[in-house]
Design a protein around this ligand. Sequence first.
Ligand SMILES: Nc1ncnc2c1ncn2[C@@H]1O[C@H](COP(=O)(O)OP(=O)(O)OP(=O)(O)O)[C@@H](O)[C@H]1O
Ligand SMILES: [Mg+2]
Length: 253
Amino acid sequence: MATVFVVANQKGGIGKSTTATNLAGILGKKAKTLLIDADPQGNSTSTYEAKVEDVATLYDVIIDSDKLPIKEAIQHTENGDIVASDPLLVKAEKMLDGDVEGFYRLKDALDALDDYKYIVIDTAPSLNIILYNCLIAADKVIIPVTADSYAMQGIQQLYDTIMAVKRRQNRDLTIAGLLLVRYSGRSNLERETRENIEASAKEMNTRLFKTVIRECVKTKEAQEQKKLLIDYAPKCNTCLDYIDFSQELLKVK
Ligand SMILES: Nc1ncnc2c1ncn2[C@@H]1O[C@H](COP(=O)(O)OP(=O)(O)OP(=O)(O)O)[C@@H](O)[C@H]1O
Ligand SMILES: [Mg+2]
């Protein structure tokens, strides 16, 4: 059975897609890894240059009444295997409304997959039924945060959501940790915020990962070139940090 990581934070533009794609890329060098793009914005889909038109996407797997087997929605790209997102995913709330099994669609789909060691899920900046699907299907949540004064805004709400899922639908779900991303290390504020984040992580019975992801211009460049850092700039700070992070993550029980 695969270990399923979900990258979540309902705050926009934090670094979820950057974390999900680069983590999947790094894990993919070691073992069979699948990236699932559960954000209708489709940033990971775009980085992987996966198709959205005329192919099966996550929409067909979890929303369409035909419930296509997930294997048929996997695209093999130069960056790795991916189930693409679809702008139609925004209809999820309406389509799954009133369906008691609507929360379990992704879990059911993943249960039928047996040849991946790691599955990484990128999520949208919202707390909606797709996120519930992801949390119910997942083993571990990675919460990227930035070290600014609003860093922890909304984290309590995310934590409550994760705990509710853990109580009712997925007892084995854990928060792997908070991951400090896009860190410049230049300002005092960043350093102070880091301490606050560490304290909040403790309150949430989890950790702030020791590895901090530093900023690097190559990150944006790679995304523009539709490449993953491990292939495009394996020695840049951001990539070196994601490599350390992936090792730290795999040690988390
Ligand atoms: N380590 C980094 N160094 C430099 N830029 C970064 C780094 N990490 C993320 N970024 C940039 O920050 C922006 C937001 O990152 P990203 O798209 O990963 O956030 P997100 O949380 O997925 O956003 P959304 O909530 O819209 O899905 C992007 O332009 C990305 O290139
Ligand atoms: Mg994103």
